[in-house]
Design a protein around this ligand. Structure first.
Ligand SMILES: *Cc1c(COP(=O)(O)O)cnc(C)c1O
Length: 397
């Protein structure tokens, strides 16, 4: 007679199949069972035809991957534990000692830090290029260039590059181009099909941490492709680096994803309203928001995102040079609805002061401003309340 504890662990009950509900099941697993030894020996972790081990996917992670691939217009997607891990995965998968990677000088900072750190340690060199000058990218490509990163809008300074032109330069030279599509979120433009041209980037990564999660409570990233061979190469590195994802977090993103377009549009609407309002304020020298005519690369934004008319909920302002760091810090401290904190895409509006001088390579000249810069991420609060908060904080200047 088996003891109850054994029966408890090897319980015969199997719930009836065909359970239907709005959310997919949350399958948590390290171990995945095989029916017999033959099935185990035939295992193939490289495809979604079956299951082999929790690290390589469960019904829950496969479902989110498929939905994200659809959102971005790709064919395959891989989940990773953060947006930065998505950047690292692409670089580690495609680069080897002796190769070079080109990164825009206004890229998400940690992408450049990875190139300065681990990539350099592994004998991979990098160059920074001016994303607003396609000729600079063309001039910096060499036979050693195996990967080019692009990003729109640029990190913190929000310049909007001519993505189709940058991608075409890479395509003509047979170099893989990877987009950090966190800002666009698969909504502002189609990364694999710019303006219905059928042409786009080779790889699109996102920090799902931002709009897809939408709660400020999840770290996750995705790597989406539209080429089976490229996907296989990245999947191999994904497996070997052991990028595990918490299925509870996947559940959270699956729950948020259906509302991503609504939230994105709402963030965008409020951000544009506040950006326009700040443009008229005497304290502000410039508002950096790609949908504003005065912003660098506005024409590029209009060509690529004009049809969707979407521009996320992020913008930066440069304070008039008569205000020093101390005063601008005081402005940030005086805000009450806007909280001080990194990341973005959640319901709470955020503010971060940046010292651009420390963030850009002096050799890549495209930052003409002198004043202190502050970046806002506009949340889902009432826009009049946010404006009132900005107004009372400007008064302390
Ligand atoms: C936040 C962010 C990342 C990194 O995402 P994490 O999940 O925080 O690692 C990468 N790129 C861009 C543009 C981002 O805004």
């Amino acid at each position: 007679m088996r003891k109850p504890i054994t029966d408890l662990i090897h319980h015969p009950y199997v719930p009836p199949a065909k359970f239907g509900s709005p959310q997919v099941g949350v399958y948590k697993a390290s171990t995945v069972f095989f029916a017999d030894v033959a099935a185990m020996r035939a295992r193939d972790w490289k495809t979604k035809a079956g299951y082999t081990y929790g690290l390589h996917g469960t019904p829950t992670t496969f479902t989110l991957e498929e939905r994200l691939a659809t959102l971005e217009g790709g064919t395959e997607c891989l989940l990773v534990p953060s947006g930065l891990a998505a950047i690292a995965l692409v670089s580690f998968a495609l680069l080897k000692s002796g190769d070079e990677v080109l990164i825009p000088d206004n890229a998400y900072g940690p992408n450049k830090a990875l190139a300065n750190g681990e990539l350099a340690n592994f004998g991979i060199t990098h160059k920074l290029y001016d994303a607003m000058n396609p000729a600079d990218l063309a001039a910096k490509l060499s036979e050693r260039t195996k990967l080019v990163w692009v990003e729109a809008a640029g990190s913190v300074t929000m310049e909007f590059p001519d993505l189709p032109a940058l991608a075409k330069i890479c395509r003509d030279r047979g170099v893989i181009v990877a987009l950090d599509n966190t800002w666009g979120a698969g909504l502002a433009f189609a990364p694999f099909d710019f303006n219905g041209s059928g042409q786009g980037v080779d790889i699109s990564i996102q920090a799902l941490t931002k709009y897809p999660s939408g709660g400020g409570d999840v770290l996750m990233g995705s790597v989406t492709t539209r080429d089976e061979r490229l996907h296989r190469a990245i999947k191999l590195t994904h497996m070997r680096m052991g990028y595990g994802i918490g299925v509870g977090d996947v559940e959270t993103v699956l729950r948020s994803l259906p509302s991503v377009a609504l939230r994105y549009a709402a963030h965008d609407r409020s951000a544009r309203e506040l950006a326009l309002w700040l443009e008229d304020r005497a304290e502000i020298a410039q508002v950096l928001h790609p949908a504003l005519e005065s912003s660098p690369g506005h024409a590029n934004w209009l060509r690529l995102c004009g049809a969707a008319d979407l521009a996320a909920g992020l913008f930066s302002v440069v304070f008039d040079s008569r205000y020093g760091t101390e005063q601008v810090d005081r402005f940030c401290d005086s805000l009450s609805l806007f909280r001080l904190g990194y990341s973005w895409g959640g319901p709470i509006s955020l503010v971060v002061p940046y010292d651009i001088g420390l963030m850009r390579d002096p050799g890549v000249a495209h930052w003409p401003h002198k004043g202190t810069l502050v970046r806002f991420s506009i949340g889902l609060e009432d826009v009049d309340d946010l404006r009132a908060d900005l107004e009372q904080a400007l008064a302390v200047l």
